[in-house]
Design a protein around this ligand. Structure first.
Ligand SMILES: [Zn+2]
Length: 354
């Protein structure tokens, strides 16, 4: 810092962070990290491209961060980008602003281990309180101009006993908007008290009775045995969908955690059924890993479900920025390169949603 002060002719003081008393402090790593964090990805890229002053040497590249317990460093070519097939902008907005743009990086604590640029995603609004807001249509639907950002609207099963008739009507109105691609989240969440389950069955029947109007059904199927295979709720939903929907119904099984038998059952009943994998993959047991390997590559989707399911202990919440890290665990489980998973899931999401 002394040399910098001398070179630039700044006042000779001992630079301190508190208070900041010299521009020389900009050479300290703390202000640099602070400023770097404020830059967009494009700005960071532009800095990386800057030519050095003659006579100076380029610093050695920072070594890649390794995932604990692994010595595999996965690189994704710059032309490969990711699609986050399931996240919640309304919930993210409560934690951080400006998440309508899926490609915008939001860093709630640390860099991802496996950075992948995100160029598309499905924005899920399944809290009636948020989508029945009078300005929702204008603020959300009106602003989605990017053809790679898709909208999914619905009433989460956990809200089945609470939603109001007015909110149901709002949901119906939004469904008639061609910008809404999917109904989300439909299904069962039996982690709530047993006496509430019947409301979830009634809500699902009510939704299915509409006919799905060509929309994708995003299924939330979480059994009372959460962490296991949720087979009871998978079977219940499968039976209802077989009864109410045509076999060519497009289905997106959000946060799939079940076993091989359920991969086969869904695939056989609905050839256009896709399996969304979240960060829960990190704690999959052997049966769940076998199911993950059984999913046809052209039916696999990646999801962050952000801000839920945070991946790193150092983060305050999850964001679509960590999609590459979810992809890494999927790639490792299937024994294929990360780029293959990112590329395939992007293509699959385009086929399903776009
Ligand atoms: Zn979700």
């Amino acid at each position: 810092m002394g040399l910098l002060q001398e070179k630039e002719g700044w006042e000779q003081v001992v630079p301190t962070l508190q208070p900041i008393n010299s521009p020389a402090i900009l050479a300290h790593w703390r202000p640099l990290v602070f400023l770097w964090d404020k830059l967009s990805l494009e700005q960071r890229g532009a800095i990386n491209q800057l030519e050095l002053e003659p006579g100076l040497q380029k610093p050695a590249p920072i070594p890649a961060i390794h995932v604990q317990g692994s010595n595999v460093t996965e690189k994704v070519p710059p032309e490969v980008s990711g699609f986050d097939s399931h996240f919640h902008p309304d919930r993210l907005n409560e934690l951080s602003s400006g998440v309508q743009d899926v490609s915008k990086s939001i860093l709630p604590g640390r860099e991802p281990d496996h950075y992948v640029p995100i160029t598309g995603g499905v924005l899920n609004y399944c809290d009636p309180l948020n989508f029945s807001h009078p300005e929702f249509e204008e603020q959300v639907l009106g602003r989605i101009i990017d053809s790679n950002s898709k909208l999914a609207i619905g009433i989460h099963p956990k809200q089945a006993a609470e939603y109001m008739q007015g909110q149901w009507e709002c949901f119906l109105k939004l469904l008639s908007n061609p910008r809404v691609s999917a109904i989300s989240e439909v299904g069962f969440d039996f982690t709530v008290k047993k006496h509430l389950w019947r409301h979830q069955k009634e809500l699902m029947d009510r939704i299915l009775s509409l006919g799905t109007l060509g929309r994708i059904l995003v299924m939330h199927l979480r059994g009372a045995d959460d962490g296991k295979y949720s087979k009871v709720v998978n079977r219940l939903a499968l039976r209802r969908l077989k009864r109410e929907c045509l076999p060519h119904q497009r289905v997106h099984l959000h946060c799939f955690t079940s076993d091989v038998s359920m991969v086969h059952a869904w695939n056989e009943a609905f050839p256009h059924c896709y399996f969304g994998i979240t960060g829960k993959v990190r704690s999959f047991n052997e049966d769940q890993l076998a199911a993950l390997r059984e999913i046809p590559l052209n039916r696999l989707l990646l999801e962050t479900d952000s801000p839920h399911l945070k991946l790193h202990p150092g983060c305050t919440y999850n964001t679509p920025y960590y999609l590459g890290d979810v992809g890494y665990y999927v790639a490792r489980a299937r024994g294929v390169p990360l780029a293959e998973i990112i590329g395939a899931t992007y293509t699959n999401a385009q086929r399903l949603y776009c």
